[in-house]
Ligand binder design. Structure first.
Ligand code: IVH
Length: 670
């Protein structure tokens, strides 16, 4: 390669890697696997060593990585947050061990830990109180996300110990468990929100949210793994971890002490497969020299400690052939490409399909039919294509072209400004959209209609029995047609009709959620129902009026306006009204602020069918009431929901505290 070509290659790598760093740290939306990133970084470092004259001062090899988001206060780290050197194979790890052994001799131990795949956080405690939580940022300074981090249950706000120093910092990793990730992502998909690619991105996106109340609704967890103090309190890292447990911190129970590399490798081998049984993702393991004085002896490079290293697991990856790409049309009309693959074994399951997310992804991969692709299974259930093996591409292979029209109904697809997904706008005539909307309406979280399931809806649609949500309420007039459906006996029909009849009692917010307006999820539906009071007010409210309602932003408001601008939708609502569905919020306007509860105290306990706790708390406080943290003789009322703990109930009864329902509380506000 000529010198100028080498310089061009290096410059291109700098630009590319800096973009990936930005995607990862700032947007929390990486578009490259960690492994590939590290390989590219390594290639750049090698070139810089050979050709230092071409090294860019802005090179990512000189940085810890990261950037600061504008909207949070920037805080300097008292102890810089360095990164760890990465290794991917046994030899690299042996080289690390040789370096350590050369400096320390043979008399030392390692602590082996899991490498949590989340985002690192620095927590500062002063006088036993959590005073600050800061993201890693660029390693020297990060974002102050204290109020968001305080919503994480297992991060103590106060410590119950008198052994902790006046000021210390503890570091750890915030993550989201896979089950919560999948559930929340499904909910986002249901309301047409963009989904997150993995739990780490979801956790990172959550910690950087502007509204802590939203953060509190998303379950995050935190594992802690390092202590920083001005004066050395402990001799070893292990000792400090054991003590941190007694101070109330969440430390992984899987850490071990290892006195030989054999033990380290056994730990690595064990977790290589066992990691799939954990409820959260790890992407490797971390090895740290145990003794603090030995750590000091080894010191740091400009980026990372010489006394610790990570061993990263390669994501399980296989090669297979892309047979075709099909397109799924969802309830909201979003058209998602799906790769149909030659079946292949991966991480214990047969993989036949992989998600391609959207048109950009097809473009990014420059996908051709018949391509040999690398499929990776991370923590997620659905595998993804990470790369194409270009060497195996046939010369006459045809590129995959994202369709211009809907694969189900042929309508021209549209893409809204600033959005990645293409949509089929034919919501009234496109079969999967029609079926999907009715399925959403009957679902548990919406109208919760007993005796009806997704498959039945599909069959009814195919038989021409239903086309709209409102047709559910005329099914009772179709008794003869219903009887002709296989496996749908008299009893089932009776149950279903009973369920449909009962749904007429469902409150307005459930009906509103069931209508399936884009971006109107459960919480938003509740806010809108109580914020406007009725469908008529909602249907005529302007964008400006809607955005005055708590949590309703421009995007949601515009989506609502668009929905009610369509005559078909208004016609459907009129029909549903005529059948007796609820389109008025309960009499009380919850947004109301008053002093009706002044001087009264409350504890909220249990779960509530129609409210979430945050709303109830807000309601009490905005009307002058006070919330207490526990039941005592001073307490005025216990607002009791379902599944309340028996101990609490007993205590309240013993102290003669009045138990009230959420409805009783509303009654007090009338
Ligand atoms: S120790 C000086 N321990 O990995 C190094 N890091 O690549 C301090 N991580 O930024 C980090 N699990 O976000 C350490 N058990 C663990 C870890 C861990 C995950 C993350 C952390 C760090 C990154 C370094």
């Amino acid at each position: 390669m000529s010198k100028s070509a080498i310089k061009d290659t290096m410059d291109a790598l700098v630009i590319e890697l800096n973009q990936h760093t930005y995607n990862y740290y700032v947007l929390a939306m990486p578009t490259i696997a960690d492994y590939e990133f590290d390989k590219k970084l390594e290639a750049l470092a090698k070139l810089e060593k050979e050709y230092p004259e071409f090294a860019d001062p802005d090179s990512p090899t000189l940085k810890v990585g990261g950037d600061i988001t504008k909207t949070f206060k920037t805080v300097n780290h008292k102890w810089p947050m360095l990164s760890l050197g990465n290794t991917y194979n046994e030899q690299d790890l042996r080289d690390f061990d040789d370096r350590v052994r050369k400096a320390l001799g043979d008399n030392f131990e390692y602590v082996c830990e899991l490498k949590f795949d989340g985002l690192s956080i620095s927590l500062t405690y002063e006088h036993n109180k959590l005073v600050r939580a800061v993201t890693r940022g660029d390693g020297r300074k990060g974002d102050d996300v204290t109020s968001n981090v305080k919503t994480i249950n297992n991060i103590p706000h106060h410590l119950r110990t008198n052994a902790a120093p006046e000021l210390f910092e503890i570091r750890g990793e915030i993550l989201m468990h896979r089950a919560a990730f999948e559930k929340l992502n499904r909910e986002r998909e249901e309301i047409g929100e963009i989904t997150y690619a993995n739990p780490r991105n979801f956790a990172a996106g959550t910690v950087k949210m502007q509204d802590s109340r939203e953060v509190a609704k998303r379950p995050l967890d935190c594992f802690l793994y390092a202590l920083n103090t001005d004066k050395t309190l402990f001799k070893t890292h292990w000792e400090s971890l054991q003590t941190l447990i007694t101070w109330g911190f969440h430390i992984s129970e899987h850490n071990i002490l290892a006195s030989s590399m054999d033990e380290v490798f056994a730990f690595i081998k064990h977790w290589e497969n066992e990691r799939y049984k954990l409820s959260y993702d790890i992407d490797g393991i971390v090895i740290k020299v145990n003794s603090y004085s030995q750590q000091q002896e080894l010191g740091f490079t400009s980026k990372s400690p010489r006394w610790a290293i990570s061993y990263k697991y390669k994501a399980q990856e296989v090669e297979t052939v892309l047979e075709k790409v099909t397109y799924q049309v969802g309830r909201t009309g979003a058209v998602t490409p799906v790769a149909n693959l030659k079946p292949v074994q991966l991480a214990g399951t047969t993989v036949k399909r992989a998600t391609l997310h959207n048109a950009n992804e097809i473009e990014r991969l420059d996908l051709h039919l018949g391509d040999t692709v690398f499929v990776e299974k991370g923590g997620e259930i659905i595998p993804k294509i990470i790369n194409v093996n270009l060497e195996k591409r046939k010369t006459d292979a045809l590129p995959v072209i994202y369709p211009l029209t809907c694969p189900e109904c042929n309508t021209n697809l549209i893409r809204k400004e600033g959005e990645v997904a293409f949509y089929c706008p034919n919501d009234e005539g496109c079969p999967p959209q029609i079926v999907g909307k009715i399925q959403h309406f009957i679902s548990r979280k919406a109208m919760n209609i007993d005796g009806l399931g997704d498959e039945t809806i599909e069959t009814f649609y195919q038989r021409g029995l239903i086309r709209h949500i409102s047709d559910l309420y005329t099914l009772k007039n179709q008794a003869e047609a219903l009887k002709t459906i296989d496996r749908f006996g008299e009893k089932s029909i009776e149950n279903m009709l009973k369920g449909i009849e009962l749904s007429k009692q469902m409150p307005f917010e459930k009906v509103l959620f069931g209508l399936g307006i884009r971006y109107v999820g459960e919480t938003v539906a509740r806010k809108l129902a109580y914020g406007t009071g009725s469908i008529d007010r909602l249907a005529t409210a302007t964008v400006e009026e809607l955005t005055t309602i708590d949590e309703i932003g421009q995007r949601i408001a515009e989506s609502i306006r668009e929905y009610f601008s369509k005559p078909e939708h208004l016609h459907q609502i009129e029909r549903l009204k005529a059948y007796g569905l609820q389109f008025m919020a309960k009499e009380i306007a919850i947004t109301l602020e008053s002093d009706k509860l002044t001087g009264k105290t409350f504890v909220i306990s249990g779960v509530f069918e129609q409210f979430n706790r945050e709303d109830l708390k807000e309601l009490i406080e905005s009307n002058g009431g006070k919330l207490l943290s526990s039941i005592s003789a001073k307490l005025g009322y216990l607002v009791a929901g379902d599944n309340m703990g028996p101990a609490k109930l007993e205590k309240a009864k013993k102290l003669n505290i009045p138990l009230i329902s959420a409805d009783d509380l509303l009654e007090m506000l009338k």
